[in-house]
Design a protein around this ligand. Sequence first.
Ligand SMILES: Nc1ncnc2c1ncn2[C@@H]1O[C@H](COP(=O)(O)OP(=O)(O)OP(=O)(O)O)[C@@H](O)[C@H]1O
Ligand SMILES: [Mg+2]
Length: 398
Amino acid sequence: MTNRGDIFETGEIFRDRKLVRVGHVPDLERVVGRDDEIDAIGSALAPAVRGGPPETTIVYGKTGTGKSLVTRCVCREATRRAENNDVMFAHAYIDCSDYGTETQVSRQMARDLHSTVKNSVDEQSIPRKGIGAADYRDIVWEMIDDANVDAFLVILDEIDKLDGDELLRSISRAQESGKADAFIGAICISNKIEYRERLSERVDSSLQDNELVFDPYDARQLEAILTRRRDAFAEGVLQDEVIPKTAALSAREHGDARKAIDMLYEAGRLAEMERAEHVTEAHVDAALEKAEINRFQKLVSGQPPHVKHILRALALLTEQTDRQQFRTAEVYDMYTNITDEVDTSPLSYDRVQRLLKEQAFLGVTESEHTGGGHKEGSYRVHRLLRSPEIVTKGLDRQ
Ligand SMILES: Nc1ncnc2c1ncn2[C@@H]1O[C@H](COP(=O)(O)OP(=O)(O)OP(=O)(O)O)[C@@H](O)[C@H]1O
Ligand SMILES: [Mg+2]
């Protein structure tokens, strides 16, 4: 045996890593900074907890603002409370991005309901295929009747991925049409604010009574969210500035709790890989840089090699001068240096100019017309929207 040591040794950074992993759904008590939203969803479900009709609600907000989490947690709580009241409250949760078509979503609604109300309909009678969306819905209404459900709530997460509006219509009509003998409501969730208008065209006004918008988290809220998860780390490992710094950077960049938690986890992993004793601010900086490089890498991964040479030229210019903006001719010169170095023939000046415009359109660079000096007339200047280190490292990894 060589003395390579224990290859599964991980160091002493984490105590309970799942707390900082994506997908962990904390209890309602660990949800912080969303009191108003919790109250709003609570009051939409309040009638159902007493055997009345749940109010259909539409939840909007940017990604990572707690929409799915708050909805699921409040729903779990509502189920508990209904039980105490001797009310049969059932719900089905469907992430439409996993399914997409009306038929698949309706089938999933039947399956999820079945797993919560164990009743006479056995799972075999929910066929995998061969029947349509309306048939699956009929199975749902049947299960509701058989199980004596008083109130049924359907959570349609990522509803903008659903390909039609039949399901929503039938949910709003099931009860009045006498198909189901229970109060039925829906919570529709979307991170596309643009979807709002489309939704209002698609469904009748009965579905638009309640609309709830989740705002991005501010630094204080993110700090509270991260602090509740500090048990993920072993005692004394996290330096004091780490959480406030992660929160501040995340609030400035996006206000997304998922990304903030991820960044904290990444900082911990970097400390672990270095076999450091503490997670420090430097690890947070490194985690941020890593995330930015990843994002940049994804953004340019499908681009042809010459676009990458052009971006590298801009990065080199930015590093070598104290300016941010460069004229097309300067970029072109540097670009031809690079193509010489890698031994390819350069594209024409016009072509490069067009590719630069395209990159500005894609949000990789920014271009503008500038009035030059007296005799120069106007010309176009270009600049990178990220630091040259990020761009260079992202390009190196292609
Ligand atoms: N208020 C909060 N308290 C504690 N943890 C939170 C809170 N908000 C979000 N999180 C954490 O961030 C993760 C992402 O939140 P959630 O899935 O609810 O976002 P979302 O708004 O549904 O985003 P998307 O639009 O991308 O689906 C959650 O799984 C949870 O771990
Ligand atoms: Mg979500």
